[in-house]
Design a protein around this ligand. Sequence first.
Ligand code: SF4
Length: 458
Amino acid sequence: MLQIPSWDLIKKYDRPGPRYTSYPTAPEWSGAFQAPQYLEHLARAERAGGPLSLYVHLPFCREMCRFCGCNVVATHDRSRADQYLDVLEKEVALVAAHLPTRRTVSQLHWGGGTPTFLDEAQLTRCHAILARHFRFLPDAELAVEIDPAITSRSQIRTLAGLGFNRISMGVQDFDPRVQETVGRIQGERETADLVEAARAAGFHGVNLDLIYGLPYQTPETWADTLRRIVAMRPDRMAVFGFAYTPWFKPHQNLLPREALPGTEARVRLFLQTVEAFTGGGYRLIGLDHFALEGDELARAQRAGTMFRNFQGYTVRPAEDTVSFGVSSISDVGGAYAQNPHKLKDWTDAVEAGRVPVDRGAAMTGDDVLRRFVINRIMCQLRLDLGEVAERFGAPARAAIEADVRAGLDELTADGLVTFDGQVLGVTPLGQLLVRNVAMLFDAYLRKPAGASKFSRTV
Ligand code: SF4
């Protein structure tokens, strides 16, 4: 049952904090982690065995949306994708050579950018590059992100033919004024047509992604967008708060700053979203996802098999994620490794025969423990100290219990958590501020200025 936090409570907990798509979080990673370190962890992953997750970053978009926070190359020249695939082919071969026996894949994700910037032949080639080295399990999840404004029915059929079964479409907002302001024009009709085309082609999971906090969004226009989204009956929605960081993403300076909703308005837009979607038959998953009750993600949350990664919430079929393409992030053998951000740096490294690593982090024992704990809070909204003891031993349980007790009085008094001496539970009110609960266990935030590099939690 949804509970709306008071305005005082929101103000109290509105502070910078991570979204916990990784732990340690990206600002803690170091340039000292390079290809030799990554290869050590790949070797560890090779020995561990089991199916893998793969991620491929396809950075091209025809236009740069003014709100975008992704690593994007804006171009109309499709031949650039051919050049990109030439490099990708070499990178996949370089990395796969270090995984001689671990080649089975249970999950694949193509993100961007816009993967459907690639035409049908390029999409087919991209898949073949992976299939040459890896074997996809018959029930593997193959997911792709698309921009409905530039995607054809023929591309959808090609992707389905390659085995893709889950599709995410960026919508953001249907209001014409908002769309014009953010530089992304996309009709409701074309989105609805593609949802239908994806279903007809055999996709069994359709996700729609929205953004709140964009310029000129009002409760009235947003209500209209939410109503139209619910009417399309996607299986899942992800609803992200717009991160306005023009110092980091200078193209956001093109947005009218005075038209951005303030903190209170943003909170109201999000709460309005929760009400509209839960009222429409969807379950709020963790921080910002919604799923139909019968959807795999909702089932995984109930079963405790949901995980948080760079794509948000996911059903976790594999322990290790190997990623390819510019700026992509791997999570293998107890380490994160990120490829260079710049296309040229990534290309140069691969062309020189080097596994292209720009920075990363090898997890310590304490990191592994805290990653587990933070995942439990962000995904299951509960933490069983008995489970911590079982997996990590009594001293680990004692350390985590000490963290719980340090924050307990305040969080309990504010109604965000319950604790019975064994299980810490996040209340429905606490779910809306779940990052603040997870922050209790983040050892890096205890360093001076530890939290200042993150967006605000509300
Ligand atoms: S289509 Fe997506 S990735 Fe490309 S610029 Fe727009 S928001 Fe960014």
